[in-house]
Ligand binder design. Structure first.
Ligand code: FES
Length: 111
């Protein structure tokens, strides 16, 4: 792949920027995230995580299984402000994939 190939589409970070961060001492996804913003986009690294981990593995010689995914921040999906403001824990879908409160529709239908 060309060094200008975009790895993180959300933050427009290319391979060269990832490798530069590794050359500066980054050895974890979170290190790269802090240096480049890679993984901080709307998808929260869902698209770039495995590619970045593979680059880290290749450049540092670490086993792929030893490179942890980046720290995730909630909410992990589209969430209506009214759901957050209602102060009902069950009105916001769980980060573990549980469904929203019974009778509540998918958030995207209301947008
Ligand atoms: S592709 Fe990297 S944060 Fe979305």
């Amino acid at each position: 792949m060309d060094k200008s190939t975009i790895v993180c589409r959300c933050e427009e970070i290319n391979i060269d920027e990832i490798e530069s961060a590794i050359n500066m001492g980054a050895h974890t996804f979170n290190d790269i995230k802090r240096l480049t913003r890679c993984g901080m986009g709307p998808c929260q690294a869902k698209f770039c995580m495995n590619l970045v981990r593979k680059i880290i593995s290749e450049k540092t010689g670490q086993s792929l299984k030893d490179i942890k995914p980046p720290r995730m921040r909630v909410p992990l999906g589209v969430t209506r402000m009214s759901a957050l403001a209602s102060n009902k824990a069950s009105s916001v879908a769980s980060v573990f994939g549980e469904s929203a409160e019974e009778g509540e529709t998918d958030h995207e239908e209301e947008l």
